[in-house]
Ligand binder design. Structure first.
Ligand SMILES: [Ca+2]
Length: 205
């Protein structure tokens, strides 16, 4: 697979090289292809454009929360979210698995805002997308700006929705990695891991 996942927790998940937080005997993880800091933001003058990040899992998971990094917004500014299958042409975003759902931003600027999915969305993998769609026309802060990570290595997992069609972002400039994360629960029991194995996992690029 391209890119790397940030290491955030305390148990091992498949061969993705991500450490996870134990959650009631299962593994909960935050899947991410960004470094947590935005170098630029993205927004559109028109509504209904957006970006999505493709996530890969090697085991069935439950998607319990999605997170958007909001760079600029005013309180209550609308955020629209979708979860999409990767069954479009050439692996593009395809069928809708969840949403669209709209919620008002009420977090802190330059940080992640989460939306909990209840019940969780069951995903069999191997790939799925979490999409941020601009809900209203206009400029920030009336319309939010989503953060883009340009300082982390480019992972080629960001797609842009523009005028109804999805396009892969194939180079770092001027975009970087869209700062969208997915919190999932692995459906396989937590595995005991030795420190030696943890060290090897942490070196996965
Ligand atoms: Ca960054």
């Amino acid at each position: 697979m391209k890119g790397s996942l940030l290491i955030l927790g305390a148990c091992f998940f498949g061969s993705l090289g991500v450490l996870l937080v134990p959650h009631e005997g299962l593994c909960q993880s935050e899947l991410s292809y960004d470094d947590g800091t935005a170098e630029v933001g993205i927004g559109w003058e028109e509504a209904n454009n957006g970006v999505a990040v493709r996530f890969s899992v090697e085991e069935p998971v439950e998607l319990v929360e999605i997170r958007f990094f909001i760079a600029i917004a005013e309180p209550g500014a609308p955020l629209r979210a979708l979860v999409l299958d990767a069954n479009g042409p050439a692996g593009a975003p395809g069928d809708t698995l969840f949403g669209p759902v709209e919620f008002g931003w009420n977090g802190s600027l330059l940080s992640f805002t989460g939306y909990s999915l209840a019940p969780p969305v069951e995903l069999s993998g191997p790939d799925f997308y979490v999409a941020y769609i601009q809900a209203v026309p206009g400029v920030p802060p009336h319309s939010p700006t989503l953060g883009l990570d340009g300082s982390n290595p480019f992972h080629g997992r960001t797609w842009e929705l523009f005028h109804g069609d999805w396009f892969p972002i194939e180079q770092d400039e001027p975009y970087g990695n869209a700062m969208i994360r997915a919190v999932v629960i692995d459906q396989t029991p937590t595995e005991s891991v030795s420190w030696g194995r943890l060290k090897r996992v942490q070196r996965v690029p």
